[in-house]
Design a protein around this ligand. Structure first.
Ligand SMILES: *[C@@H]1O[C@H](CO)[C@@H](O)[C@H](O)[C@H]1NC(C)=O
Ligand SMILES: *[C@@H]1O[C@H](CO)[C@@H](O)[C@H](O)[C@H]1NC(C)=O
Ligand SMILES: *[C@@H]1O[C@H](CO)[C@@H](O)[C@H](O)[C@H]1NC(C)=O
Ligand SMILES: *[C@@H]1O[C@H](CO)[C@@H](O)[C@H](O)[C@H]1NC(C)=O
Ligand SMILES: *[C@@H]1O[C@H](CO)[C@@H](O)[C@H](O)[C@H]1NC(C)=O
Length: 479
């Protein structure tokens, strides 16, 4: 009995050994399924005229998915064919065509025959050769992609160029990132002009979770609505500062709204309008912030600008309109791609924030306004300290409280409220601009994510700051 059990265990071990044998030194993404390949008597396989020696084959009971997890499948033999012959990664079988990131098999016979089968492959010695994917390359097409949202590179445009290496790695030129076969796939696609062209499909940037972003934004929007209603409900909150702040919150609400539409592809039908409206409200929000910081500074001085709301409105809405108009005109008439704002670029209903043009039309104005706000806040801090010193002097000489001090007291609480707001805003936008300036890399994309969330949380932060603002609560208690 013992002997029998022993031999049974040995047999079991032997079976496990043969079924678990993976190919040594071979990346899973360099293998192909040999189930339908011809097995030769020597134990090697013949796959599309390539002889795969026995030591380059192995048994697999799983499929590796793009996100690195293993999916259980029935045991099958795989061969490390890409070490013998160059491979190319397709999104779907090569007789299919990609439309809006989805594979279709509706190519006509004529289209199939006319398909341009050539790819430019860069060899290790840097020379570029044309390779026919049907005859010179092994097509691998049975893996799911890493994301739902595919994005294509049209290499007729300079910034969308790419290099395909013989080992299957692809270099994306616009940010110099190497992508491996898990991270991109090639497929023919129908272009806007009806022609068919092979193009790499990639997952754009490190995707943040859409649900997370949506949740954070919707909470922010609700908080904004609550804060705005409180401002409208309490009649005490009708100073110029309050009114400007309401305008700012409305802008922020609209920015979130258009970003959400874009995020869920709901603005495709009116893409340009949505993109320009979004742009208008981003600019208007920064302009209103500059109004607020300017006003706080002026109020502490000898100036009294309480009746200037129409002028401020004209400035904030007007300038935003002018900037939008300039961008719109540039979008229509500038032919050089580097100087065109490229609104609605790459299926996004938003201004293109990736290229240098974004510096002119988007980050440039924002940078100037952020700088303006920083200066205003430094000036305000200096002035507050000045007044305090003055006050001390007064108090030591005579018991009377100067009128300027009373103004200081009421301004200071709103100053601190807005200071917090500006620190949050300034921080998140500075991070965003810096991460735009430095090339895409992993660390900065993490920092950018924090900045993004900070931005999306703003409505909630405003609500919390507003509730915490003790002087406002005192107001309510008095009622
Ligand atoms: C596989 O076997 C061949 C000879 O049959 C040998 O030349 C080659 O180096 C082996 N490869 C590996 C990866 O062991
Ligand atoms: C990996 O992707 C598969 C399907 O594409 C999914 O079922 C699985 O949950 C993912 N795993 C992780 C860790 O994301
Ligand atoms: C390959 O390179 C040639 C010449 O540079 C170019 O005309 C052609 O469009 C390229 N093909 C692909 C598929 O990129
Ligand atoms: C690169 O290598 C290929 C074959 O491996 C050869 O045909 C080609 O001439 C080489 N090019 C250069 C510039 O050395
Ligand atoms: C493939 O080749 C390119 C260029 O020679 C190289 O940068 C890259 O690291 C290689 N990738 C792998 C997985 O060997």
């Amino acid at each position: 009995m013992r002997i029998r059990l022993g031999s049974f265990v040995t047999a079991l071990l032997l079976i496990m050994e043969t079924t678990n044998a993976e190919i040594e030194g071979c990346d899973f993404f360099d293998t192909v399924d040999l189930s339908s390949a011809q097995k030769l008597s020597t134990g090697s396989y013949l796959y599309k005229d390539i002889r795969i020696p026995k030591n380059l084959t192995g048994e697999y009971d799983y499929k590796l998915l793009a996100n690195g997890t293993k999916e259980k499948v029935t045991v099958h033999t795989r061969g490390c064919v890409c070490q013998l012959s160059p491979c190319v990664r397709f999104c779907c079988p090569p007789n299919q065509i990609m439309e809006n990131g989805v594979c279709h098999d509706d190519m006509t016979k004529k289209e199939l025959d006319e398909l341009d089968p050539y790819l430019n492959v860069t060899l290790d010695n840097k020379s570029v050769v044309r390779k026919n994917f049907k005859t010179d390359l092994i097509v691998q097409s049975d893996w799911p992609m890493a994301c739902d949202h595919l994005f294509y590179l049209d290499n007729r445009e300079k910034e969308d160029e790419y290099t395909l290496f013989e080992n299957g790695t692809m270099l994306r030129h616009f940010d110099n990132v190497f992508l491996n076969k898990r991270e991109y796939c090639l497929q023919h696609m129908r272009l806007d002009d009806g022609s068919i062209r092979i193009a790499p499909h990639i997952c754009m940037a490190p995707k943040t979770s859409r649900t997370g972003q949506t949740l954070v934004m919707i909470i922010s929007m609700i908080c904004l609505v609550l804060t705005i209603s409180m401002y409208l409900f309490f009649k005490e909150l009708r100073t110029l500062l309050d009114k400007s702040f309401i305008c700012y919150m409305i802008c922020l609400f609209m920015v979130y709204f258009f970003q959400l539409l874009d995020l869920w592809d709901l603005s495709q039908g009116f893409c340009m309008t949505a993109a320009f409206m979004g742009y208008f409200f981003v600019m208007a929000s920064f302009l209103w912030l500059s109004v607020i910081s300017l006003h706080i500074w002026l109020r502490l001085g000898h100036y009294y600008f309480e009746h200037c709301f129409p002028a401020y409105s004209l400035y904030a809405w007007g300038m935003a309109l002018v900037l939008t108009e300039v961008t719109l005109i540039a979008h229509t008439i500038v032919e050089n791609k580097d100087w065109n704002p490229r609104v609605g670029f790459a299926d996004r209903c938003w201004i293109n924030t990736k290229d240098w043009s974004a510096m002119i039309y988007f980050y440039g104005p924002i940078l100037i306004l952020v700088a303006f706000n920083i200066i205003m806040f430094i000036l305000t801090t200096i002035r507050i300290n000045e007044i305090k010193r003055e006050l001390k002097l007064f108090l030591s000489h005579q018991g009377d409280i100067p009128s300027r001090y009373r103004k200081l007291k009421s301004t200071k609480s709103s100053f601190i409220f807005f200071l917090w707001l500006f620190i949050m805003m300034g921080l998140s936008w500075s991070l965003e601009i810096i991460s735009y300036l430095v090339d895409d890399n992993k660390l900065w994309s993490q920092i950018l994510l924090v900045a993004d969330y900070l931005n999306w949380c703003q409505g909630t932060i405003i609500f919390i700051l507003f509730i915490l603002n003790a002087s406002k609560l005192d107001h309510f208690k008095k009622r």
